[in-house]
Design a protein around this ligand. Structure first.
Ligand SMILES: Nc1ncnc2c1ncn2[C@@H]1O[C@H](COP(=O)(O)OP(=O)(O)OP(=O)(O)O)[C@@H](O)[C@H]1O
Length: 455
């Protein structure tokens, strides 16, 4: 599937055949042309002879470090975004690479979802913040037979018929967005658009124009009229993911639109009527956010008309085997592969694993295992389940508590690094774990020298 008429060209630099294969395959599936280099020397040679749209390098290479490539790109002024792949837990390397000019890093084992997100941001591809499903497209249902997921299915059937706002809670990766799509698809608006917006990923200064749209000339750079999310979802459903991340000022504006069913584009004097069903979701406890003064109570009441709670995968252990086999079947057939068997020990490891990232994490684990296994059988080692992190992070030492600011910075830094490690460097998930917004996370990483250039 090509992502654009222009074919993007990426250079991947690694000497591990397995990882190279995995990166190559994933990028190719995204329609990106790939060249490979196995050493610093080969990479510098390729970069000086050819233009690439993206460069992805391992940190450890036979003749040096990936960092040298990042530095060379910065020194030569080559216009190519570069990201590094670091060993599990080696955050110092990641920080050094970011300081030297890398735009992002991935830590091993590489999560394919993070890889795709990183590639999309680097190439400025659409779909990083807003996803649009045109009317009539059908996504898949929810897997599992545990009582909790059965209840969810029944509630979805019921609420699909009404147009009342729905508030979906549940951990990251537990299927909140999928449930929202099902409500849309099973309802009377299924032939109209479903617009999913990640509220935590939209820069605060762009929020109003993104939500409400603008008229040509409304501000510098507004060269054309543009519709916002409300217009785009007209007649259909607007899904506000991570709604707790909306700044208070935006919450007021959103409440007004929901109450009055009217939107005024920036630079417009007239209001226009909008007819949009609102579904929202967050992994946070919205009632607690209200209590803490971070979320407006009036908006909370407007949104929380019907509440739907998605169960965590570890609370559906009896379903893990079935979900695993169904996901494997889908992944194998999508890539035209024969479906490998799942070794008994591998299945046992999955059933006992905690899945902090829920079904999404299971999908990533299986996608990677498919690429790493011998084609016949998936073994426990192909799953590369994350080791427990607690033992690996050194506690802050009890002494040295002054100057107080330095001490607090160290504590904060360690908490952020631990959250990043636990989530395999998924910053959205890490922010969730820390209980702060994506924006706050970006700000803190910047302040602490854990630079982060990705929107
Ligand atoms: N019960 C389920 N059956 C099948 N697939 C599921 C189920 N739950 C989640 N998934 C899959 O897991 C992935 C993540 O789901 P989804 O995006 O809906 O989660 P989410 O709760 O919205 O995550 P986040 O909080 O990070 O936005 C998707 O690929 C989705 O299809």
């Amino acid at each position: 599937m090509a992502v654009s008429k222009h074919t993007f060209h990426a250079l991947i630099i690694d000497d591990e055949p397995d990882l190279l294969e995995l990166l190559d395959l994933t990028l190719m599936r995204m329609g990106i042309q790939v060249s490979r280099a196995g050493s610093v020397a080969e990479a510098l040679n390729a970069l000086s002879n050819q233009r690439f749209d993206l460069c992805l390098t391992d940190m450890r290479l036979p003749d040096g470090e990936g960092l040298q490539i990042v530095q060379a790109i910065a020194e030569q002024g080559w216009d190519v975004p570069v990201a590094v792949i670091t060993a599990y837990g080696s955050t110092e390397n990641a920080v050094a690479a970011l300081k030297a000019g890398a735009f992002d890093y991935l830590s091993k084992p590489v999560s394919l979802e993070q890889l795709r997100t990183l590639v999309k941001s680097a190439l400025n591809l659409e779909g990083a913040r807003v996803k649009v499903i045109k009317g009539g497209e059908v996504s898949k249902g929810l897997l599992g037979d545990s009582p909790a997921i059965q209840q969810v299915r029944q509630l979805i059937d019921k609420v699909a018929r009404s147009l009342a706002p729905v508030y979906i809670s549940g951990e990251s990766g537990s299927g909140k967005e999928r449930a929202a799509r099902m409500i849309h698809e099973q309802g009377p608006r299924s032939d109209k658009p479903f617009i999913a917006v990640n509220c935590g990923a939209i820069p605060e200064n762009l929020m109003e124009s993104e939500f409400f749209g603008y008229r040509k000339g409304a501000f510098t750079g507004a060269n054309d009229d543009r519709d916002g999310f409300f217009h785009a979802a007209q007649g259909g459903t607007l899904f506000l993911d991570e709604v707790a991340d909306l700044p208070l000022a935006m919450q007021v504006k959103l409440l007004r639109v929901i109450q009055e069913k009217k939107v005024r584009k920036l630079g417009n004097t007239q209001e226009e009527g909008v007819d949009v069903r609102i579904i929202c979701a967050t992994h946070q406890n919205l009632a607690d956010c209200v209590e803490a003064g971070r979320f407006r109570q009036d908006l909370y009441y407007r949104l929380n008309v019907i509440a739907l709670r998605m169960p965590a995968l570890r609370d559906m252990r009896d379903d893990i085997e079935t979900i695993t086999l169904r996901v494997l079947e889908r992944l194998a057939s999508a890539s035209g592969m024969h479906q490998p068997r799942l070794d008994k020990a591998a299945l046992k490891a999955l059933v006992h694993y905690d899945f902090p990232g829920n079904v999404r994490e299971l999908e990533n684990i299986l996608e990677r295992a498919l690429a790493l296994c011998d084609g016949e059988q998936i073994l426990e080692q192909d799953l590369q389940l994350s080791p427990a992190v607690s033992a690996e992070v050194a506690p802050v030492s009890a002494g040295d508590k002054w100057p107080l600011q330095d001490y607090l910075d160290r504590v904060e830094k360690e908490a952020i690094l631990e959250a990043l490690q636990r989530t395999r460097f998924n910053r959205t998930a890490a922010a969730k774990l820390l209980g702060i917004t994506f924006r706050a996370m970006r700000y803190r990483m910047e302040r602490l020298g854990l630079n982060d250039d990705v929107q």
